[in-house]
Every structure is written in structure tokens, then in C-alpha cells.
Ligand binder design. Structure first.
Ligand SMILES: [Zn+2]
Length: 359
């Protein structure tokens, strides 16, 4: 079945989200995409910092559709004498404490080493053994958390290939839940599924209005590191970053701040905390949604950034296209398959339409 059909796209999302690709160790994702894109692209390039770029075809202005391969993770910073792993954050920690939104404890853990993976659990000491000692503590500290891989000593842990620098992810399977798809790393592998499905559909398309490229970047979550050098690899004219979109359609957020909803179509983001996206290109995406007969939402994301800012800084006209996602940066990131299919349709229509501005 074609990946632009429902079941085909679900299979692609499930495969991509279940790959291990913590920040800075995205190899499994990039290798899988390299094989998949290699089956239909004219050229596939691995860049020196680990980004992946593929030229799909067509001629005209160079358009890049791209998403990031990395998923949020923790990193081993030390191993205790009796074999427990202490952890650090994947990026910058501004406060000295784990952020309130982040709750890995009691999840299964997967340690990603240079040679393979090791199962574990994210743990903290139970109330039965800490008694009143922690009762008055206001904040969780990083060292209250650890990973237990079932070892009894540092030597045993090291014999499994685990040293400081190994990444640790949560590792649920991706599944359908009612109308939704739930799992880890929808941020941003569902986007890579969308980009892949759109590129497959556009391959050999005679009415392509661009020289079309697709890309998968590394280290987005810790500061748009991979995306920062894309413009050195190929002189792109325009770029569309595809990423998770925020919603306010569940208990907690105020819909005045987050009016977007799951199932109401892709969301074009005009501004976030890192930049203002190209208004011209954003408007063209909204117009393409209308022509593709798919619903579309517009938004401003207050506490959010994307790889798009890195391309804008390098002189590439860039927009941000998102698919509504609940519970971002958790093991239960939740999307609606109809939004993903609509995003593929939108990109397919956009890439085939000559821009009045660039013509
Ligand atoms: Zn993302």
C-alpha cells in the first residue's frame, strides 16, 4: 500500500518512531532513511555532521522539505560502584533541576551505547525507604533519578558497553488508540514519515515547480545544531520545516493561548519563540491547503522553536508546517492520522504549484 494511504502511512510512522535516535546518536534513523530515500531519489548525501539530504527531482528554485531525526533523551554522566546510572539532560539546564514537564521516572528505559542497546528502568527511591527524609524537599534533583539495568557493579555495567556519554530514551511501542496514534518521537519522526510519503508521491511528477530536496537533521532539540549547516551543503531558495504542532484541546492549556486542535488539519505557524517565519511562504501553504481541499489551522507558538529558524538565519526563505500533537516531549505523544495525511496532501499540492512570486 502507498504510504500516502492511511495504513501505509501508519506503518511508516510506527517504523520511524520506534527507531532509536537520541540527540547526537541519530545513526539508526539516518541509515533507515538513507535506504528508503535511496530507492527513489536521484542523489542521497550524508553531511559531515550527520544530516541527510536527498534530491528528489524537478527543476527551478530549490525547495527543501525537512524534519529532524533526533528525539529527546537523557545522557549517562556517571555509574555508581553498585551499578546505577546517573543522568544529565540532553541540552542546556537553565535551573539546575529537572524541568517540571519532564517525567521519565517509572518508565522502561533503553540505554543506547556505541555497540547496541541495553534495557533498564528509570527509577527513584520509594517512599518506603526514604521515609520522612524527602518529604520536605521542594524540588526533585537530577541525582534523585537514576537508571537500573539490573547490574550489581560498575564493572558489570561497563561490560555491557555503558559509559558516560551513552544516551537513554524511553521506549514504548507505537500504537493506535481509538482515533489517535500514540508513541514516542512523533517529534519529529511523524514529520519524517510525512516528508517521505510526500517525496515518494512527487517522484517523477512532471509538474514539479521546484528542484525538490528532502532533509533529515540531527541535534534539533539542543539548539538547531544540524540545521545550521544545511545552507552550506546546497543553495536552497526556500525551505519548509515540518514538526509537531501544539494543541490546547485537552485539560491544562488555555485555548486562548493554544487554539489549535487535533484532527482539525495541519497548522501553519507564523511565529514562535525563535523567529517569525516567512509570511509569504506561510500564506502560500494556507492557500495550498485550500487547493488540496484539506483543513488548515494558523498559529503562534509561544514556548517553542524549530529548525526553521536556523535556515532563516542563513538566508533561506522558510516556513514552519506542523501537525497537531498532544503531550509533546513525552512517551505518549499523540497525533491524528487524518492530520498527517492532510499534511502530505498539502505538501504534494504546494510542490506542484508555481509560486507567483518566484516565477
Ligand atoms: Zn521537533
Amino acid at each position: 500500500m502507498r504510504p500516502s494511504d492511511g495504513d501505509g502511512l501508519f506503518d511508516l510512522v510506527k517504523t520511524l518512531t520506534e527507531l532509536t535516535g537520541p540527540v547526537g546518536h541519530e545513526d539508526a534513523v539516518q541509515e533507515w532513511l538513507s535506504r528508503r530515500w535511496g530507492a527513489f531519489a536521484g542523489e542521497v548525501r550524508h553531511t559531515r555532521v550527520g544530516n541527510l539530504l536527498a534530491r528528489i527531482g524537478g527543476s527551478g528554485p530549490r525547495l527543501l522539505l525537512f524534519a529532524h531525526a533526533d528525539e529527546i533523551c537523557l545522557v549517562v554522566k556517571s555509574v555508581t560502584d553498585d551499578g546505577f546510572l546517573h543522568l544529565w539532560h540532553y541540552g542546556r539546564d537553565a535551573t539546575g533541576y529537572p524541568p517540571k514537564w519532564f517525567s521519565p521516572v517509572y518508565q522502561p528505559a533503553l540505554v543506547v551505547t556505541s555497540t547496541g542497546t541495553v534495557d533498564g528502568v528509570f527509577a527513584k527511591a520509594s517512599g518506603h525507604v526514604t521515609g520522612g527524609r524527602l518529604r520536605d524537599k521542594e524540588k526533585t534533583e537530577w541525582n534523585d533519578w537514576f537508571v537500573d539495568v539490573g547490574a550489581r557493579s560498575r564493572d558489570e555495567v561497563e561490560s555491557l558497553g555503558i559509559f558516560a556519554g551513552a544516551r537513554v530514551i524511553w521506549n514504548p511501542t507505537t500504537r493506535r488508540l481509538g482515533r489517535n496514534i500514540v508513541g514516542k518521537a512523533m517529534d519529529d519522526r511523524a514529520a519524517l514519515a510525512i516528508v517521505t510519503a510526500a517525496a515518494e508521491r512527487l517522484t517523477g511528477e512532471e509538474s514539479l515547480a521546484y528542484e525538490l530536496w528532502v532533509g533529515s537533521t540531527v541535534q534539533e532539540e539542543n539548539g538547531l545544531i544540524g540545521a545550521s549547516s544545511l545552507a552550506d551543503e546546497v543553495a536552497f531558495d526556500r525551505a519548509i520545516a515540518v514538526d509537531v504542532g501544539l494543541t490546547g484541546d485537552h485539560p491544562g492549556p488555555d485555548p486562548k493561548d493554544f487554539p489549535s486542535k487535533l484532527g482539525a488539519g495541519p497548522t501553519v505557524v507564523y511565529q514562535d519563540a525563535s523567529c517569525h517565519y516567512s509570511r509569504r511562504l506561510s500564506d502560500e501553504l494556507v492557500d495550498a491547503a485550500r487547493r488540496a481541499a484539506v483543513p488548515v489551522q494558523r498559529a503562534v507558538f509561544q514556548f517553542y522553536g524549530s529548525d526553521g529558524a536556523a535556515l532563516l538565519r542563513r538566508g533561506v526563505e522558510t516556513a514552519l508546517l506542523t501537525y497537531p500533537t498532544r503531550y509533546t516531549h513525552s512517551p505518549i505523544e499523540t497525533v491524528d492520522e487524518r492530520d498527517l495525511l492532510a499534511t502530505v496532501d498539502l505538501l504534494y499540492t504546494f510542490a506542484r504549484s508555481h509560486s507567483k512570486v518566484l516565477a
